[in-house]
Design a protein around this ligand. Structure first.
Ligand SMILES: [Zn+2]
Length: 123
């Protein structure tokens, strides 16, 4: 029991170096998504008028990709805002710390592993 507790706690502690790396990662993701959305915007406005029917399917896919890019961008920006306000790394549901290894993979994660599983199971 005691050892589990220690490992669990160590896993949730983010040091300054981790935070700097995560912030860097979030900034990169933000730039990437912003660029992606810029490309979608120019592509869809050009294409939709030039060749309507043949590209309808592609435009449709583009619209969906743009929507998911926008969602990720919103998540990334929310994570950066949480970093600035010092709330970063806290689960939105149970208020416990989000696992460090989880944040290193998905820096914009809002929920701890347990809550994420519950949410996905509920879908
Ligand atoms: Zn949680």
């Amino acid at each position: 029991m005691v050892t589990h507790q220690t490992i669990g706690e160590r896993d949730t502690v983010l040091d300054a170096e981790d935070l700097a790396a995560l912030r860097e990662n979030l900034h990169e993701q933000r730039l990437f998504r912003q660029e992606q959305l810029r490309q979608f915007a120019t592509h869809s406005s050009n294409r939709a008028e030039e060749r309507r029917q043949s590209d309808a399917a592609q435009v449709e896919v583009g619209v969906r990709l743009a929507a998911s890019a926008r969602m990720v961008l919103a998540d990334v920006e929310a994570a950066l805002a949480r970093m600035d306000s010092g709330q970063y790394g806290t689960c939105h549901l149970c208020r416990r710390a989000v696992e460090r290894h989880r944040l290193l993979i998905v820096p914009q994660a809002r929920y701890c592993g347990r809550c994420q599983q519950v949410r996905e199971a509920g879908r």
